[in-house]
Design a protein around this ligand. Structure first.
Ligand SMILES: [Ca+2]
Length: 142
């Protein structure tokens, strides 16, 4: 199991976020998940983050986002154990520990359709949403 979300990396991520805010040319940093964990559990999703897991019951690969960050295309999230080698169309459970209403979408760049994840809440995706999430945003669903 590899964990990349150490206290040290949190401090670095915070510094990077400040740099990104001061230099919009590097704004892509705000769109990248800040946390990846293999063989994860619910406890691996930190307070203030929203997380998606490869399997139900918060297991398998996990991608997590600090409040206010998002990813418009899950094909950019590499996951060697996921179908197709990326996290697109793989998420089966979720948790939203941010104070924000997150939205997952079956479409790249949102829509097609959307699914609201209110905060705070967590659970498995319903069967019609299993292995469908392709993007995530933090301003709620349209
Ligand atoms: Ca899955």
């Amino acid at each position: 199991m590899h964990r990349f979300f150490t206290k040290a990396s949190l401090a670095v991520a915070g510094a990077a976020a400040l740099v990104a805010a001061a230099a919009p040319a590097t704004a892509n940093a705000a769109t990248a998940p800040v946390l990846y964990v293999e063989a994860a559990g619910l406890a691996d999703c930190p307070a203030g983050s929203v997380c998606l897991w490869q399997h139900i019951n918060y297991t398998g690969f996990m991608a997590g986002w600090r409040a206010g960050t998002y990813t418009p295309d899950f094909r950019t999230i590499k996951c060697s154990g996921c179908s197709g080698g990326d996290f697109n169309d793989d998420a089966s459970s979720w948790a939203n520990f941010t104070g924000q209403k997150y939205c997952v979408s079956a479409g790249i760049n949102g829509g097609d359709p959307d699914n609201t994840m209110p905060a705070p809440s967590n659970g498995p995706f319903t069967p019609d949403w299993n292995d469908r999430a392709s993007s995530i945003g933090f301003i709620g669903c349209p």
